[in-house]
Design a binder for this molecule. Structure first.
Ligand code: IVH
Length: 674
């Protein structure tokens, strides 16, 4: 190392600055883990080079300095922070130290979730909340009593036998649900999103106006007694928590007292697995020696208790550089900007790019190429950029704008009226769009053409073998034979799969068309209702919205799709290539399977809504009427049929259950047996 003293000074300056940003301004610029890395580096340097240690090193302090916005409060007992462990080995080392210091294993440990909020000290005198203070630097915090009084589950008066003085510590947090709601409101108002629940909670308790705090749905988990006078004699932390819980303070039900370090490990694993099942963010697990006598014997180091540790969970937010913003043209022609990031390991994966949705969202989030950005990935959720670190933005960094021309095909990119998503106007001429379209069209959920993945699609496009999706169906062996990786067998397999796909049902073809809002489920419903592409293409929006569960948005999008000339040409080209356009049942029946049949439908069916059942009969040339008469061919009776059933029986009209109804649809009147 070049100069340990210089590096130590640099690290001290960095840590002090970050401490200030975190604790005073509630505006951290680095993630906790990055802070910890710097902190550990300084600790390491100080351990190996004692001459670089200075008395006011951040390694000797807890938290940050106090700001002057709220009145200072000196804590009765110092508010310590916790040492971190990051692995089960570290945890084992901690236990070994305990055994050495106590000369035996502790009797019990309390395992708790480490809530990612802000530490608070609450003082109750004769049962009344008299003061709420932030941690500040651990010795002096800020008086935020007025704000904390507005928090729903912070009791202002304790229940039962209150002691003369009790100081309780805990974590104030913003529930994830409250945070999401808040950000939905921000988005609706076109305002930038809040970055995370922790910072938002911290900002909320430090509002000048308590009404502003009250408007945020904050919450408390109490986790420690800091000071007690005139209370019961309690022997363990768990007993203390049970007791304050009886006084009306919220104690997390996830807390668990266990007897062995193996059980601690099991708690840790379980907490990791269930990290996202709670309505609050956690950043670790806190493990405490349960016996208060043991805690007293173990005591404190300069910074933290020896009787507790925080097992850190991997951070779900990190900062990285937004290198560039590029665009994708998707299968519908929609243009989506995405971020190219300096690769960053967050939430268990390396993130190299993330979607930015659309230009207005990108501007709302206020991110620009060159920014340092906060990337978040929690659980299985898709990674996202939550926002820039504005204080690190280089001067004069320009905004990003959607290019006027598509970089793939050179055609204009337009923003259709009233829409957020820009569109490439190149149609299938756009290689990016065609590539996405084909991959989707051939995909599992659609036409399911085995062997036609991105790799083959790329070959077909680069060799000019396919100019629109219908060209796939007229590929010849010679188009492919002899190209790298394509021998007789692989070519025969692909062309065989394509041939087979020509006979896929209409629902799959419709899914393959990739009509906006028409996924597999809707496509199947439409196919069943209309029976053929032609019937659907001549349907009006009203015809389509008649189907249960299909609204005007889907209907509008279907009608618009079929009205588009390019799509109409595509359909004709596929038809000419022999792609099935009509449901086999409808085809066989020729649309008159149920000619002359009149049915009445009553009660509820499992597989059909009322309008679908009606459509199924009408598609086959039958009629559906509302009341049973002598002319009724059959009554279709689902669950809870009612009075129509009685009338049918009286008139001798056959009554069909759902299975018999399906047979009628498949086989026609013959299924009624004469
Ligand atoms: S006990 C003397 N228990 O984590 C140690 N802390 O660095 C007292 N935290 O400042 C802390 N959940 O804000 C404890 N169940 C829990 C906690 C918890 C979150 C926070 C607390 C503290 C920091 C430790």
């Amino acid at each position: 190392m070049a100069d340990p003293a210089a590096r130590a000074a640099e690290l001290r300056a960095l840590l002090k600055e970050h401490n200030y940003l975190y604790h005073v301004l509630d505006a951290p610029e680095v993630s906790d883990i990055e802070f910890d890395e710097l902190f550990r580096e300084l600790q390491g340097l100080e351990a190996t080079h004692p001459e670089v240690v200075v008395p006011d090193s951040p390694t000797r302090q807890v938290g940050g300095p106090v700001s002057d916005a709220f009145a200072p409060v000196t804590h009765r007992e110092r508010m310590f922070s916790l040492d971190n462990v990051e692995s089960l080995e570290d945890l084992e080392a901690w236990r070994t130290r305990l055994v050495r210091l106590l000369d035996r294993e502790p009797n019990a440990y309390s395992c708790e979730l480490k809530i990612d909020g802000l530490a608070i000290s609450l003082t109750y005198e004769a049962g009344h909340l008299v003061r709420a203070a932030t941690r500040g630097d651990g010795i002096t915090g800020e008086d935020i009593t007025a704000n904390v009084r507005t928090i729903g589950n912070v009791p202002r008066v304790l229940r039962g036998d209150a002691p003369s003085v009790v100081e309780v510590r805990g974590e104030i947090y913003m529930p994830v649900s409250a945070f999401d709601e808040l950000n939905e409101r921000q988005a609706a108002e076109g305002k930038p999103p809040y970055v995370n629940p922790r910072n938002t909670a911290a900002g909320s308790v430090r509002q000048k106006d308590p009404a502003a705090t009250a408007a945020r749905r904050l919450s408390l988990w109490a986790y420690q007694i800091g000071f007690l006078e005139g209370g019961p004699e309690l022997a363990s932390h768990t007993e203390q928590m049970d007791w304050i819980s009886e006084l009306g303070l919220p104690v997390n039900p996830e807390n668990r007292a266990v007897g062995t370090i193996d059980e601690v490990e099991a708690y840790v694993r379980n907490a990791e697995d269930h990290r996202h099942t709670h309505d609050y963010d956690t950043d670790g697990i806190v493990i405490k020696v349960d016996s208060l006598a043991d805690q007293r014997d173990l005591g404190f180091t300069a910074k933290s208790p020896r009787w507790a540790v925080a097992y850190k969970l991997p951070p779900e937010e990190k900062t990285t550089t937004l290198l560039d913003i590029k665009i994708n043209v998707g299968r519908t022609g929609a243009v989506t900007p995405y971020a190219v990031l300096e690769p960053v390991f967050v939430g268990g994966v390396t993130v190299t790019n993330t979607t930015l949705h659309n230009e207005s969202d990108l501007h709302r989030r206020n991110v620009r190429p060159g920014d340092t950005v906060i990337v978040r990935r929690a659980g299985d959720v898709i990674p996202e950029i939550v926002g820039p670190v504005l204080s690190l933005r280089p001067k004069g960094l320009p905004q990003w704008h959607m290019p006027e021309e598509c970089p793939f095909c050179g055609n204009p990119i337009v923003l259709p009226d009233g829409e957020a998503k820009a569109k490439c106007t190149g149609g299938y001429e756009c290689p990016s769009r065609l590539r996405e379209y084909l991959a989707h069209f051939a995909g599992r959920g659609a036409m399911d053409i085995e062997g036609l993945g991105y790799k083959t699609v790329d070959l077909l496009l680069s060799e000019g073998l396919v100019r629109d999706p219908a060209d796939v169906f007229t590929l010849k062996p010679d188009d492919l034979l002899g190209r790298e990786g394509w021998g007789e067998i692989s070519v025969a397999n692909l062309l065989g799969a394509i041939d087979e796909a020509k006979d896929r049902d209409v629902g799959r073809l419709l899914t393959g068309f990739g009509i906006d809002h028409v996924g597999g489920t809707v496509a199947r419903v439409l196919a069943r209702r209309f029976g053929s592409i032609d019937a659907l293409s001549s349907a009006t929006e009203d015809d389509i919205t008649e189907i249960d569960g299909i609204g005007p948005e889907i209907a509008g999008s279907v009608v618009a799709w079929f009205n588009d000339d390019e799509n109409a040409r595509l359909v004709e080209k596929m038809r000419a290539a022999g792609v099935r356009m009509i449901d086999p049942i409808v085809e066989e029946a020729g649309g008159d399977l149920l000619e002359g049949v009149t049915v009445v439908i009553t009660g509820s069916l499992d597989g059909y809504s009322r309008s679908e059942a009606k459509a199924a009969v009408e598609d086959r040339g039958g009629k559906v009427t509302g009341s049973v008469s002598g002319k009724t061919t059959a009554l279709v009776a689902g669950a809870s049929p009612g009075s129509k059933m009685t009338r049918a029986v009286d008139l001798g009209v056959p009554v069909l259950d759902e299975d018999a109804f399906i047979r009628l649809l498949e086989e026609g009147q013959d299924s009624l047996g004469g």
